[in-house]
Write a protein that binds this ligand. Structure first.
Ligand code: ZN
Length: 473
């Protein structure tokens, strides 16, 4: 072998090795290598924490209802759910579940249906309400107040987990912490930190999407502007430093930028989702992103690639139905489209979006339920969540499938199906009891009777026999 041939051979070997390493990096299931049995935080970060003695935690028993556990299993009549502290410690048919020696509270839910709490995979606690536009200047404190109000509305709907995909400063984190400390009525929160995107991209435009109101030239506390692959990596690390449970990216970005951000998060076992459209979706899916938000001009080839790569799709049909069909009257936004924005210029009709969801269903894409209501949150939650479910029904999903999407498979998309989304032994105690069979009619999910979040009864509309009537002659 001549010297130049040897050099060529070495270069070729080096190239093959580096390509193999890059491929292995992209396809690796990033392994946290945690010891089995270690107690961790109940979020996708899985940070080790010291174990706590839970034996003295209060015991709550639900009995008499029909259990639909979120795994897809057949309903169980006359079921019992035993909750101790924040966990389900036993669940099943009454005949098979022994009651603990000490029970602090029993709630009879006979005639009702017991389900895992519902999950909304796309909200922003800081989003506007209908009454924000006339008199008040926005601020981080105002956004936090809105978030607390929205949290209570989610609980009213039986939504016990919310994925916040872009917040102002640390509003979503503080709501998560307040919920963990049982200070407010709120769902379990997983948050993405700030939206990461490019200068002038979605979130960094100087006019507000839909309303067209001017925004600061300086940017905002909602958006981390990044430029170049190295800076996109740094932006990811900044959100993880703040305790983000997932990362949210938004187009436009280069192929290199999106791949760098996804790789950076995946190396730390953190999932990534994106608000993207057209070819940006293709690039994100090629880089093994975990999910795509919104039905925005997604190419057919990208849908096929999502199936191959296991990319989830959270279409947020209501987020586009509302502006195109209804507008936001209280914000003086007429129906028709999103206006004043570079990032929503493509044609966008509800019918096209329904077609995208049908294609995703036909192809076998893993889908999730998320709402994303940018305005009028005070009027639209929780009813828009159920509107979203109705769109899935119209797209061909069965009631049983929709129930799974709203519970068990949402736990999978969040990356913690071992803790959340189903009513099984050892899972977190988030429970919804409704007064009608959702397998017969998905609208029965609106008949909320009882909401238990993190083991706490936050709503109780269970009808009980009137004790005083028994005393009357
Ligand atoms: Zn959003």
């Amino acid at each position: 072998m001549t010297a130049s041939a040897r050099t060529r051979w070495i270069l070729l070997a080096a190239l093959v090795t580096s390509v193999t390493l890059v491929r292995a990096g992209a396809e690796r299931q990033y392994d946290l290598r945690q010891r089995p049995g270690v107690t961790t935080t109940d979020d996708p970060r899985r940070v080790p924490i010291p174990p706590r003695d839970t034996s003295k935690d209060p015991v709550l028993v639900l009995r008499g209802g029909t259990l639909i556990d979120g795994t897809g299993a057949e309903p169980v009549a006359n079921a019992v759910v035993v909750v101790q502290g924040d966990r389900v410690v036993d669940v099943g048919a009454a005949a098979t579940v022994p009651l603990p020696a000490k029970v602090d509270r029993v709630i009879d839910v006979g005639g009702s249906w017991i389900l895992p709490g519902l999950i909304d995979l796309h909200i922003h606690f800081t989003q506007q309400r209908g009454d924000d536009f006339q008199l008040y200047r926005d601020s981080p404190a105002a956004a936090a107040i809105r978030g607390v109000l929205l949290a209570a509305q989610l609980i009213d709907g039986g939504i016990t987990t919310a994925r916040d995909v872009g917040t102002l400063d640390d509003v979503a984190l503080k709501i998560k912490e307040a919920a963990q400390r049982h200070m407010i009525d709120a769902p379990r929160v997983f948050w993405a930190g700030k939206l990461i995107g490019s200068r002038g991209g979605h979130g960094d435009e100087i006019t507000e999407t839909a309303s067209g109101r001017p925004r600061s030239l300086e940017g905002s506390g909602r958006h981390r502007v990044a430029s170049g692959p190295g800076d996109w990596r740094l932006a990811v690390r900044e959100q993880i430093r703040m305790g983000a449970d997932l990362i949210k990216l938004t187009a436009p970005f280069t192929k290199e930028e999106v791949a760098a951000a996804i790789d950076e998060a995946h190396m730390l076992g953190i999932r990534v989702t994106a608000d993207a459209f057209g070819d940006y979706v293709t690039w994100a899916v090629e880089a093994k992103i975990d999910a795509i938000e919104h039905p925005l001009a997604i190419p057919d080839a990208a849908i096929r690639a999502m199936v191959k790569n296991g990319t989830a799709f959270v279409p947020t049909m209501t987020a586009f139905y509302n502006p195109t069909k209804l507008g936001y009257p209280s914000a003086h936004i007429p129906p028709g489209a999103f206006y004043y924005t570079m990032s929503r210029r493509f044609s966008m009709t509800h019918e096209d979006n329904m077609e995208t969801l049908r294609k995703a269903r036909a192809a076998g894409v893993k889908v999730g339920i998320g709402t994303d209501i940018p305005f009028e949150n005070d009027q639209r939650y929780p009813s828009d969540y159920f509107q979203e479910l109705r769109f899935f029904r119209e797209a061909g999903y069965t009631n049983k499938e929709i129930l799974m999407l709203a519970t068990g498979s949402a736990g999978e998309i969040l990356g913690i199906p071992d803790k959340l989304g189903t009513l099984q032994k050892g899972r977190l105690a988030d429970v919804l009891v409704v007064g009608g069979d959702p397998l017969q009619d998905i609208e029965n999910l609106r008949k909320m009777r009882l909401v238990i979040a993190d083991g706490r009864v936050l709503r109780d509309r269970v009808t009980r026999p009137d004790a005083s009537s028994a005393l009357r002659p």
